[in-house]
Write a protein that binds this ligand. Structure first.
Ligand SMILES: [Zn+2]
Length: 131
C-alpha cells in the first residue's frame, strides 16, 4: 500500500462550501468579516492533535489531506495462479466480498481524509508523518 501525504497552508477550501456567517467567531467584525463563511453556530475549528481552537484567516493552521491507495502496481501472477480455474477464483472473490458493504470494500483499496493541524503540531507531524 502506498501512502501519499499532501499538506497545504490553509486557504479558502475550508470555508468556501459553508453558508455565510453573520459575524466571525468572537462576534467582532473584521475588515474581511464578509469572507468568513462559517455560520455562527458551527463548532469552532480545532487542531486534530492538541484540540486548540483555530481561527480561519490567521494563517496559523494547515489542512492536511491524506490519500492512501492500495498497491497500484499491475498484479503479479505465478504459473500456479494461472493454472487455477478463473470461474472458481471469481466465485471465491465474490463470496469474500459478500459480507462487505460497498464502502467497506472501497476502504480496502482507497481512503482519503483531511484534518487540521495548528502550526506547532503540523511542524512536528510533517517531520515524522508515520511516527
Ligand atoms: Zn495542535
Amino acid at each position: 500500500m502506498s501512502i501519499r501525504f499532501r499538506a497545504i497552508l490553509i486557504d479558502a477550501s475550508v470555508s468556501c462550501n459553508r453558508p455565510r456567517a453573520t459575524l466571525p467567531p468572537g462576534g467582532k467584525r473584521t475588515y474581511n468579516g464578509a469572507m468568513d463563511l462559517r455560520p455562527q453556530d458551527d463548532p469552532p475549528l480545532r487542531c486534530r492533535r492538541c484540540r486548540i481552537e483555530l481561527t480561519p484567516g490567521r494563517g496559523d493552521f494547515y489542512v492536511v489531506h491524506v490519500e492512501a491507495v492500495a498497491d497500484p502496481s499491475p498484479p503479479f501472477f505465478t504459473d500456479e495462479d494461472l493454472a487455477r480455474d478463473p470461474r472458481a477464483e471469481i466465485e471465491r472473490l465474490v463470496e469474500a466480498l459478500a459480507g462487505l458493504s460497498a464502502q467497506e470494500a472501497m476502504d480496502q483499496v482507497f481512503r482519503r481524509l483531511a484534518f487540521l493541524l495548528c502550526g506547532p503540531c503540523y511542524r512536528r507531524w510533517i517531520d515524522n508523518p508515520v511516527g
